[in-house]
Design a protein around this ligand. Sequence first.
Ligand SMILES: *[C@@H]1O[C@H](CO)[C@@H](O)[C@H](O)[C@H]1NC(C)=O
Ligand SMILES: *[C@@H]1O[C@H](CO)[C@@H](O)[C@H](O)[C@H]1NC(C)=O
Ligand SMILES: *[C@@H]1O[C@H](CO)[C@@H](O)[C@H](O)[C@H]1NC(C)=O
Ligand SMILES: *[C@@H]1O[C@H](CO)[C@@H](O)[C@H](O)[C@H]1NC(C)=O
Length: 477
Amino acid sequence: MKCFLYAPFLCLWLLFSLEKSYAFEARKIAENHHSHTIEASSLFPSTSCKSSTKILSNNDNKTSLKVVHKHGPCSKLNQEKTIAAPTDTEILLQDQSRVKSIHSRLSNPKTSGGNDVKVIDSTTIPAKDGNVIGSASYIVTVGLGTPQKELSLIFDTASDITWTQCKPCAISCYDQKEQIFDPSQSTSYTNISCSSSICSSLTSATGTPPGCVSSTCVYAIQYGDGSFTIGFFGTEKLTLTPTDAFNNIYFGCGQNNQGLFGGSAGILGLGRDKLSFVSQTAHKYNKIFSYCLPSSSSSTGFLTFGCSDTKNAKFTPLSTISAGFYGLDFTGISVGGTKLAISASVFSTAGGLIDSGTVITRLPPAAYSALRASFRKLMSKYPMTKALSILDTCYDFSNYSTISVPKIGFFFSGGVEVDIDVSGVFFASSISQVCLAFAGNKNATDVSIFGNVQQKTLEVFYDGPAGKVGFASGGCS
Ligand SMILES: *[C@@H]1O[C@H](CO)[C@@H](O)[C@H](O)[C@H]1NC(C)=O
Ligand SMILES: *[C@@H]1O[C@H](CO)[C@@H](O)[C@H](O)[C@H]1NC(C)=O
Ligand SMILES: *[C@@H]1O[C@H](CO)[C@@H](O)[C@H](O)[C@H]1NC(C)=O
Ligand SMILES: *[C@@H]1O[C@H](CO)[C@@H](O)[C@H](O)[C@H]1NC(C)=O
């Protein structure tokens, strides 16, 4: 009955069953063949926003925010199209630079060094490559300051510091959709002093030792793709919902900001460092949160803090991968209902992690080759076409109105199997170029990353204290 949860596909089941003349058999056949049958047009977002019908219930122990794709029709950043969305090739290139910085952060743990970056006046502080941004694609809107101003922030499980651009933009601010936050207009803003111990803890959270301007603590975060933000480290009131507001949240008030932030006002850091938003709100939410990324950029998902209903979730232990990432131990892959013969050491050599910001799942070379071979075999009736950037298994579906897609499942430690939603199989550029949304790492020792295309419609639970991460299907549509 699970399939009926996928409302958009209901009509397809009916279509399929008409073809076969008997509904129940047809459903079973689809299950037996371990494939999804979808309408080709469902591979693309619609031009208008279909807000999720799931009601965001807020109670004493949890708080939900609406999640939208940065460049889709549900995002207010996208409404007047004043900030151009990147092309598919650009998205994949940015994704590659994010993955490169994750790999480099793991092989060279954050330390100081690297090029000096200019702060404010002529003060410079050294910054080190090793933070990740690139393609992070999903945003939530929060309130900052008193009176509160709405800001759309990219939420990122691989970032620790929450920051936004701040007036007077002493050196530079990039274009953002909402008004730039002005701390001088907020009664709840305070600067952190250079001598405070919280200022020194920036070194572990950002990889860069703090600077000091007129005795105010200065943070700097430089991302792997060359983007950066530098400014005053302060505290402010951060409001998630009318009932959930937090005083004195440490955040970066950026005076020199440049990069690919897509018109958003900054980052909400959901990493594991003690300065992350998750750690700073632990007294209320106990480092427990979950999110659901929608099936397309024309739908909405949610980000929930605090205890959620986990009864349908399957949990796997968070592994102890370093550098503050949420480690995830991959153990296997199935395609079309058949578990691939991939030796366990292929996954354990590299280790793995889950990231809300990486788009395409990255696998060890041997695991990706096995997945690709099996997928291509099951898709052999469809004509292939040229590669799209890092994606080398692309199809031309111009002549098809329905497509049968092999199911893909992932196994994680503890024997947990997670089925990828059909919306998480392809990266569709156009009907004549629809690509398998997985890529192989170059080096067998590079970490595997469970990316956000594959997380679509799953509710993903993070439970810091219990050291586990969980997945439930059908979290959003
Ligand atoms: C909130 O959590 C407390 C303690 O875990 C529990 O007793 C209470 O029932 C929860 N409240 C709601 C509304 O779920
Ligand atoms: C914070 O510190 C900066 C630099 O010293 C200063 O320009 C600014 O006015 C301070 N803001 C507040 C609210 O104290
Ligand atoms: C689509 O069908 C037409 C007519 O049969 C054929 O000429 C064309 O090559 C097909 N295109 C693809 C991409 O399969
Ligand atoms: C793969 O990574 C290892 C360790 O990080 C390194 O020693 C090796 O040279 C790399 N191999 C290739 C082909 O880059």
